[in-house]
Design a protein around this ligand. Structure first.
Ligand code: DQA
Length: 218
């Protein structure tokens, strides 16, 4: 093992620079995941991160849909409209292309799958737009998963939940969300994506000017 040492912002970093594969990066004795790449790339030793991984970390966003949203267009159209989830996905993909975002679009009726996607996003994504549907009003587990995600989170509801039954007025997710869109119909999804794109662009611009690239919250 060939270890090189350096220090970034007072943090001692050691690299194993054997061979041609990615370096083993140790920070204060811990082996880190891909989140260490931006830090590693600022060091003067070790290979640069693969470009595709770096780009996708900056521009990948998740759109996550909860239970019963697979029935969009058929389910209570007076409340949720006539558009299907496929229509919503197509609209999101149009915005993603315009704003140069990479998009993962998911729906599940199972709470654990939604939690697993949020965990996956933790490793790879810049932001999350989520319509947790009925889990909004019940799921501490989804709140906990979102609390473990560092980037911006936007909560979407097609209907105005505050105009509806009292049990829909409380959201576990809102205490984590950076913004909530309710009652804008399916347009809420593209509005949330536009906001995510804006925050990501702003962060990239700050990084280009040499500022901190870690704060996507403002
Ligand atoms: C919803 C509102 C929730 O109360 C409901 O359980 C849904 C959809 C909305 O998009 O308006 O399934 O999240």
């Amino acid at each position: 093992m060939t270890m090189c040492h350096t220090e970034v912002n007072g943090i001692k970093i050691a690299f194993d620079i054997r061979g041609s594969g990615p370096p083993l990066i140790l920070i204060m004795g811990y082996r880190l995941n891909s989140r260490a790449w931006p830090l590693a790339s600022r060091c003067s030793i070790g290979p640069s991160p693969p470009v595709s991984q770096d780009l996708s970390m900056k521009r990948l966003v998740y759109v996550i849909n909860g239970p019963n949203l697979n029935l969009l267009g058929k389910r209570q159209p007076a409340i949720y409209g006539h558009e299907t989830l496929a229509d919503v996905e197509a609209a999101c993909r149009r915005v993603a292309t315009e704003r140069k975002l990479e998009l993962k679009f998911h729906q599940s009726n199972r709470e654990y799958e939604i939690i697993d996607w949020i965990h996956e996003a933790r490793e790879t994504a810049a932001g999350i737009a989520i319509n947790p549907a009925a889990f909004t009003h019940t799921s501490v587990a989804i709140l906990d998963a979102l609390n473990a995600f560092d980037g911006p989170v936007f909560e979407i509801h097609i209907s105005n939940v505050h105009k509806r039954e009292a049990f829909r007025h409380h959201s576990y997710v809102s205490s984590r969300a950076d913004g909530v869109i309710a009652g804008f119909g399916t347009q809420g999804y593209t509005l949330a994506l536009q906001r995510l794109a804006h925050l990501i662009d702003e962060t990239a611009a700050k990084k280009d000017k040499g500022g901190s690239a870690t704060d996507l919250g403002s």
